[in-house]
Design a protein around this ligand. Structure first.
Ligand code: BTN
Length: 318
């Protein structure tokens, strides 16, 4: 109902009479009034003038589910948004929901996280109303050894969305860092529930610095606002990222990993560089010369031997 009211008021751009609104929505004037007040509590500025009706003055910078649905171009991803003003981590909530059978495409989104986490136990700072912090539930029909392609697919989708909306060129540092001018703009956290060889579900966590001011950014990181010098619509960015994710996910389902890897190469700054990789098993050093069809990083060490890394922390040497 809220979604519809906002849509009608947005379309009209001037006063819309209570009679017309309640008639279109098929609710009583009293019920309409309750919905208008609820929207006001959510931060919508709606003027009400006797004999004229209602007019939308301003929309809050929030990612309410019904706001996201409006103008969303996807068929399934993000069609169910579970919104929180604050949450410890969207990853935990998404995992709980997935275990209870939540549908593929469900998104858990928070305006801030008190225990946002990154890879390798790192903290993900999630200042309120500044960034995008969400987890997406996927149930891909792929084997466990192919699952890391999903992280690459998400990276590509973020880069494409930002290029399309803001004209900015982002880069990806294998496997999951989204960079801008060599500073960290965002990250992807992939958590998998699998049985033997079959993926049960994957939770994709995305953190993206959007409207963070320079002084609130940790060292080595950046935000879209810092580069565009203006406040940006987190809503439009979220919708475009979800759309790109869906398009690439369909490509993966239909055509396999190759088109995704080909796209990924365009954004990768790790390839062709000398790297050190720290994984829980070993430390490697050499030239990162390619990725294989599963998304693993191929490294040629100084003796000319090729080794494949599936997970780890990469440091670019020079
Ligand atoms: C990384 O760069 O190490 C990954 C960062 C992932 C952060 C996101 S924010 C939404 C989701 N919830 C979390 O607690 N983490 C991910």
């Amino acid at each position: 109902m809220e979604e519809k009211i906002i849509e009608l008021l947005k379309d009209k751009q001037e006063y819309l009479s209570g009679e017309e609104l309640s008639g279109t929505l098929k609710v009583s004037r009293q019920a309409l009034w309750k919905h208008i007040n609820f929207l006001r509590e959510l931060g919508y500025d709606i003027a009400a003038v006797p004999h004229l009706g209602y007019r939308l003055i301003s929309v809050p910078d929030r990612l309410y589910d019904f706001q996201v649905y409006q103008g969303l171009k996807t068929k399934s991803l993000g069609r169910k948004i579970i919104y929180f003003d604050s949450l410890s981590s969207t990853m935990d909530m998404a995992t709980q929901l997935a275990l209870k059978g939540a549908k593929e495409g469900t998104v858990v989104l928070a305006e801030t996280q008190t225990k946002g986490r990154g890879r390798l136990g790192r903290i993900w700072y999630s200042p309120k109303y500044k960034g995008l912090y969400f987890s997406l539930i996927l149930r891909p029909k792929i084997s466990l050894d192919k699952a890391s392609i999903i992280t690459l697919l998400v990276g590509v989708s973020i880069c494409e969305a930002i290029k399309e909306l803001l004209g900015l060129d982002l880069q990806i540092k294998w496997p999951n860092d989204i960079l801008m001018y060599n500073k960290k703009l965002g990250g992807i956290l992939t958590e998998i529930k699998a049985e033997v060889d079959e993926v049960n579900f994957i939770i994709i966590g995305v953190g993206l610095n959007v409207n963070n001011d320079s002084k609130s950014l940790i060292s080595g990181s950046t935000s879209l606002k810092e580069n565009k010098n203006e406040q940006l619509s987190r809503l439009n960015i979220l919708q475009e990222v979800l759309y790109r994710l869906e398009v690439n996910y369909q490509i993966l389902e239909k055509n396999g990993t190759k088109p995704i890897i080909d796209k990924w190469r365009q954004y990768a700054i790790t390839l062709g560089r000398r790297v050190k990789v720290y994984s829980h098993k070993e430390h490697l050093e050499g030239e990162a010369f390619d990725i294989d069809s599963d998304g693993g990083l191929l490294i040629r060490n100084d003796s000319g031997i090729t080794q494949k890394v599936i997970a780890g922390d990469v440091v670019h040497c020079r």
